[in-house]
Structure formats: C-alpha cells, structure tokens
Design a protein around this ligand. Structure first.
Ligand code: P6P
Length: 319
C-alpha cells in the first residue's frame, strides 16, 4: 500500500518553509531517539543516572541522551531561538530572539520510568513563534504540536493547526509514512485512565466522577466502564486518539503545593492542542488548558483530556 511520506505531507500542508524544515529536524530527532530506546538494554543505558531533573525526578540515562539529541536537532535550525526542556532548569536561548523565530518546548523522553520494563515511552513537543519581547509561549500561541511514541512501532503524531495526522516509522529507511490520516477522538467513551492509587488524595469532584464510572450500569452513568493506566502520558493520549477515552491527572491533596504532576508547557499544552485539533477537549478539570497563562517554564497543572462528553462530565462534577 502506498503511503505519503512525512516530507511530502509537510510540503503539501505547511506553506512556511522554515516550519517545514523544523518539523523535519524534529522528526529526525525522534527516529534517532527511537533507536536509542530500542537499543537501551544492549547499550547498558538502563537503570538510573544518579541525577535529578528540575522537577526533582530521577533521570534515566536516556532522558539525558534524548535531551541532547532533541536539543541538537532543533539548534541546527537557524530560526530556533529558544528551547524549553523538561530536563533543563533554565530556558535555553540559542540566538537573539527576533519576531518570527521559533520557540520549542519539549519533553524529550516522557514516561521514562517505563523504559526498563519495556513499555511504550515518547517525546512530546510544541512549537510557537517569538513574539515581541520574549515571554513564555501561551497555549493559544502554539502553531504546531506533536509527539513520537516509541512502542511496538514508532509513530509521529502531529497537528499543524487543523487536523491530527499519524506517521509510522519504517526502520529500514528511517522514513515516516502517513498511516493514520485525520485522526479524530470519538465524542463518547467507556474507558477512563487515572492513577487510582491516589484516590485518598482526590478532590470530591474527581472521586465522584470515578466512583460513578466504577458503579457502572447500577450507578448514575448506567453503563460499564473500563480502566487503563500505563504511567506514560504519550501512550494514554495515543490510545485515546485511536479509540477514545478520558485521561485524568488532577491536582490532589498530595501534589497541590506543586500545582499538580504534569507540566503545562511541554506536556499539557501540546497534548491539549492535539486533542482540540482532533475534536476532543483538554481542561484543568474546568477550563481549557490552552487558555492557562504560564508563569514559569516548569509550571504544573491538572489535566483532564479526551472524549469531549467525558471531559464535560468531569467539569459537571466540579460544579
Ligand atoms: P504516575 C510520566 O512520568 C508522567 O509524567 C506521565 O507520562 C504519566 O502520565 C504520569 O507521569 C505517570 O504518573 O503517578 O502514575 O507515576
């Protein structure tokens, strides 16, 4: 079956040559990271690095390697002015930012605690342009967002504003091919994803929403629900894009002081842009994530995203 290459897709859909080149750079970073992930056990790159990231989380060797690969690929583009990485405390300024230059926010290897147990991990990124007088990009500034998922197959899933398209990597040729055109999230679902071990910390609204799902046909929802939790946001979002579902990582009594678990600029924002472009929703439980104004590069937030009808149900539980 003939599939369009990512390069051909970008030539057809992205008129800005600088953005096309940047996305080609990001795609090559992702296939490099894909081979690093695949070879991690063989290369002795498992276990912990003994270092911690700005969030105080233990860094895996591949967190650091993936960050170098991603940063180098972006820095090779003459119009990338600023990098914001989960693995680096400070915002990295590569050049004097000029209006129109790019800002890339990224998590080079999300879900890396799954690496040593051979479960899917991924890279997440969002691209915006430097506006006058550089501040942090806001959700509505984003011009493109995407993720790579390193699973049974490596895929790059991308939105450049309208629609979401998935490209599968052919490892023989290191080429991404369009295999999942115009991905849309089903409006309804019967599958929720949350770390249920945190139940004792939840707000009443989250407890009500999840309890109602678990009560199934005899409860107020009147139907069976299934639960999934992979501890890898990229894998959860990809599953939701393919078959629907809702993902919740709310602020709770245990993480409220930090503002939650997931980071706004390079986890919540890119996934929210993808969800909205795929006809789904992404909120902090009540309001759209893309409308939140960032105050810091590593700011955290509640995240509720996926099938629109379920995101609305969660917001109703808060009311
Ligand atoms: P928990 C991975 O560390 C991550 O940032 C997301 O990819 C994932 O959804 C979440 O944290 C998993 O959190 O509490 O289950 O370890």
């Amino acid at each position: 079956m003939d599939h369009e290459t990512l390069h051909a897709y970008l030539a057809r859909k992205v008129s800005d040559a600088d953005l096309r080149d940047l996305l080609d750079q990001i795609a090559s970073a992702c296939w490099s990271i894909s081979s690093l992930v695949a070879g991690s056990a063989l290369q002795g790159q498992q276990g912990d690095s003994g270092l911690v990231n700005p969030q105080g989380e233990v860094q895996k060797p591949l967190d650091l390697l993936a960050d170098v690969v991603f940063a180098r690929s972006c820095a090779a583009h003459p119009k990338v002015a600023t990098l914001i990485s989960e693995e680096v405390e400070d915002v990295v300024t590569l050049k004097d930012p000029k209006p129109g230059d790019f800002v890339v926010s990224y998590d080079p290897l999300d879900g890396s605690s799954n690496l040593d147990v051979n479960l899917s991990v991924g890279s997440i990124f969002a691209v915006s342009r430097v506006s006058n007088g550089y501040q942090l990009p806001t959700g509505r500034d984003l011009i493109c967002a995407g993720y790579a998922i390193y699973g049974p197959s490596t895929m790059l899933v991308l939105t450049v504003g309208e629609g979401v398209n998935g490209f599968s990597l052919d490892p023989e040729t290191d080429t991404f091919f369009l295999t999942h055109p115009e991905m849309m999230v089903p409006e309804d679902t019967a599958e929720f994803a949350i770390n249920i071990s945190r139940q004792r910390y939840w707000d009443a609204a989250i407890l009500k929403y999840v309890t109602d799902c678990i009560d199934g046909p005899i409860g107020p929802r009147g139907k069976e629900f299934n639960m999934r939790w992979t501890a890898s946001m990229v894998a959860e979002v990809h599953r939701i894009l393919v078959r629907g579902g809702v993902f919740l990582y709310p602020v709770d009594a245990n993480n409220r002081a930090q503002g939650g678990k997931l980071r706004l600029l390079y986890e919540a924002y890119p996934m929210a842009l993808i969800m909205e472009a795929a006809g789904a929703a992404a909120t902090d439980g009540r309001a759209p994530l893309l409308d939140i104004h960032p105050v810091g590069p590593h700011q955290r937030t509640s995240v509720v995203l996926g099938s629109r009808a379920e995101v609305v149900q969660v917001a109703a539980a808060y009311d």
